[in-house]
Design a protein. Structure first.
Lengths: 248, 253, 258
């Protein structure tokens, strides 16, 4: 089956002339993949996510997402592609002048053929209830706690049933119970769409490895390890050291 | 030096692209009317008191200065009113009014869009199927094209009224002379109108560009606001100079 | 009915905020005056250098075009009265006394004032100012007073630079649009423009510098709320500076009698 995300030799220069942010990176994700993305700080995880989402253009290499060429493709095709990508940003990036409901409804209203207002209402309310924010639908982002903002961000990122779901640190700063609930929600949404791809960036090893079948380690802009979470013990020492927290 | 030139070239290219994109969308009337109206309302709301205050003082100052000189040199105040009106319409209301609005409106637009940029809301917009220029820039452009000339007219009115009172109270010049339009030509009005419309476009475009290019970090938004005010102000002065030179035959009899 | 109450409440809030800001500005100004004897000379020199270099190109450019604009505005009158001799005076007089200082002040506030607010605001938000206090260093000695003096001094210097730029711009424009030779322009200017004209403009600039310093420092120190808060502070600072320039200009003009 053709990979949904196909990166080969992807290179991204640093803006300040330092070492490359992404260095000849290869990655292939087939439809149905649920994977974690881990790595030391500044290894390029968030940048990689944004690149896959078409928000950052690579300098060199091949980057094809859902058949669209990210390096040489037309802007219109890229915009079309972005409609089938949903992303939760590190700081949620909710629109602060809109309520939770309006934030979640936003992607639906911008579809080429938007659903009717009542359909939008039904779908949004359902998803908002599902993330546990039914009581806060008419509040503004600054009135919500960190965990609530994350959940609102997830609702907005997934409301248009995107094929490609990207989550940048979905459990950072949350208590373990809420964090577990969010991971469960993410994996449930993935389960409902067998042909989609879900990528979760996280630094919380235990919870992440328990939730995803596959994990990719990025270090200094390259893929350092790519394998099943269950087989993490068999990773090379340096890699395992990062994952399990033991000294290398 | 090389790096600076390359950066300026890159920024100029990006800015030109933004302007073209914004105008293409504008002419296709691709915008939500409600958003434009709300923007226009906010712009007006925010700026009326500011313009009223600053332009009134400017009016007082200009009339005081002209009056002192007129009294010292020719001892005749009869041209004070008509001359003042002419200069106001042709030059000072559009230019100084726009400089003031560049500060008020421009800083506001840059701060708003800059905040959105550093909190990744612009990226989020793209992934929600919206196009940032269409969503954020074009409504502000449309609103400014209407509101800035309106506010400039208001600015002129406040400067005129304040000047009128200053002339009466300090130099005993009758109010009536400030209603004499005999020096004012249609050329003056045309020049003033052209300037007002140009400035109405420059302010939102330059400020939005500054906001959208804000960099991360605590200083990012502040620096974007600074860039917006400075670049807009320089553009206004330069365009004013250019219009004065190019349209000279229009307003010089 | 609630609409009217809403408006009254909004006006009241604005008035209270205005009064609070005015009070805050006055307090800051007095503290600065008291601190000036103790200020950090090294910081003063650094600040002066930075402020001067930061805005010199912008101000030179602005002044050049301003000079040209004033010539363009005076030309119709001078041509009609067939008094070309008066062109240099007509163009330069208002520039040196009024238009120059005001536009330079606006540019200075837009460049140096807002940078200052952003810097101080960032320091407040990243708790550097608190750290200074804990080290028993008075922020006013180290930060505020030197910037105040530097801004006043630099405004005056930059106005001199700006005046020169404006004269050059006026000369070039007069040559291009009216065919007046440059040496003739200078000659007529020297006859008709007095030191008093230049001096009164410089005095105004000094006061503008003080106003911009007080306003930009006030809003910088009052920042709260991260990067977005710094943006808001810069916004408020720039707007308040513009108002203060205009008000101070009026006061000085009225007192000096033109």
């Amino acid at each position: 089956m053709e990979a949904l995300v196909d990166l080969a030799g992807v290179h991204l220069d640093a803006l300040d002339g330092g070492p490359a942010v992404l260095d000849a990176l290869d990655l292939a994700l087939a439809p149905g993949t649920l994977t974690g993305l881990i790595g030391p700080p500044s290894s390029g995880k968030s940048v990689l996510l944004k690149l896959i989402a078409g928000l950052i253009r690579p300098n060199r290499g091949r980057a094809i997402v859902a058949g669209v060429d990210l390096l040489a493709g037309r802007a219109a095709d890229k915009r079309q592609l972005q409609r089938s990508i949903g992303m939760l940003f590190q700081n949620n990036a909710l629109f602060d002048s809109l309520t939770v409901f309006e934030n979640v409804a936003f992607p639906l209203r911008r579809l080429p053929t938007p659903p009717t207002e009542s359909e939008i209402g039904t779908r949004c309310k359902a998803r908002i209830e599902e993330v546990g924010l039914g009581h806060a639908m008419d509040r503004f982002p600054h009135q919500l706690s960190g965990g609530m903002q994350k959940r609102a961000g997830i609702a907005r990122a997934t409301i248009a049933e995107p094929r490609l779901r990207l989550f940048d640190e979905p459990t950072a700063g949350l208590d373990p119970v809420t964090g577990a609930r969010i991971l469960a929600l993410i994996t449930e949404l993935h389960r409902r769409d067998e042909r989609g791809v879900t990528i979760i960036v996280s630094n919380e090893m235990d919870t992440l490895l328990a939730a995803v079948p596959r994990v990719i380690l990025i270090d200094r802009g390259k893929v350092a390890w790519d394998g099943a979470s269950a087989l993490v013990d068999q990773a090379p020492d340096t890699v395992r050291g990062f994952i399990t927290g033991e000294a290398a | 030096m090389n790096a600076v030139i390359r950066r300026i070239a890159r920024e100029s290219r990006d800015f030109t692209a933004l302007v073209i994109q914004a105008y293409v969308l504008l002419f296709r009337l691709r915008m939500r009317r409600a958003v434009v109206v709300r923007q226009a309302f906010e712009l007006g709301n925010r700026s009326v008191v500011f313009i009223a205050t600053t332009m009134s003082f400017i009016g007082l100052i200009m009339v005081l200065q002209s009056g002192y000189q007129a009294g010292r040199l020719i001892g005749d105040y009869s041209l004070l009113g008509p001359g003042y009106i002419q200069l106001l319409v042709r030059e000072f209301a559009p230019t100084i009014g726009a400089m003031m609005l560049a500060t008020r409106i421009g800083a506001g637009i840059a701060a708003e869009l800059g905040s959105m940029t550093v909190t990744e809301q612009i990226d989020a917009l793209r992934l929600c199927g919206a196009e940032p220029v269409e969503e954020l820039v074009v409504p502000r452009l449309a609103a400014c094209l209407v509101m800035v000339p309106a506010l400039i007219i208001l600015a002129g009115l406040f400067a005129e009224i304040a000047g009128m009172f200053a002339a009466r109270l300090v130099f005993n010049v009758p109010f009536a002379t400030f209603f004499e339009l005999r020096l004012l030509t249609s050329g003056d009005v045309i020049v003033g109108a052209v300037k007002a419309m140009l400035f109405g476009a420059v302010i939102p475009l330059v400020s939005a560009f500054a906001g959208l290019s804000a960099t991360r970090g605590s200083e990012g938004v502040g620096q974007a606001t600074t860039r917006a005010v400075i670049h807009t102000s320089i553009s206004i002065i330069f365009l004013d100079f250019a219009v004065n030179v190019l349209l000279y035959p229009v307003y010089a009899r | 009915m609630s609409g009217i109450r809403g408006i009254v409440a909004a006006v009241g809030r604005t008035a209270l905020q205005f009064a609070a800001d005015l009070g805050g500005l006055a307090i800051l100004f007095l503290r600065v005056l008291r601190t000036i004897p103790r200020l950090d000379i090294y910081e003063l020199i650094r600040a002066a250098e930075r402020f001067g270099w930061q805005s010199a190109p912008i101000i030179g450019l602005t002044a050049f075009f301003t000079g040209g604009i004033m010539v363009m505005q005076s030309l119709p009158y001078v041509e009609q009265l067939q008094a070309m001799r008066l062109l240099p005076w007509a163009a330069s007089f208002a520039t040196l006394r009024e238009v120059g200082p005001v536009l330079i002040g606006l540019m200075f506030s837009g460049r140096v004032g807002s940078n200052n607010t952003a810097e101080l605001g960032t320091m407040v938000v990243t708790e550097q100012v608190d750290a200074l206090r804990l080290l028993a260093i008075d922020p006013y000695d180290l930060l505020i007073a030197p910037r105040f003096v530097a801004m006043v001094a630099m405004m005056v210097c930059l106005t001199i630079v700006g005046d020169a730029g404006a004269v050059i711009g006026a000369m070039v424009t007069a040559r291009a649009m009216a065919g007046m030779e440059m040496f003739q322009f200078i000659q007529l200017m020297r006859e008709q423009i007095h030191l008093a004209d230049l001096a009164s403009g410089l005095v105004k600039s000094g006061f503008f510098g003080a106003g911009i310093a007080v306003v930009s420092c006030y809003y910088g120190l009052a920042t709260s709320g991260g990067a977005v808060g710094v943006g808001r502070a810069v916004n408020a600072s720039v707007v308040a500076s513009a108002v203060s320039i205009v008000v101070i200009d009026f006061a000085v003009t009225a007192v000096m009698g033109g």
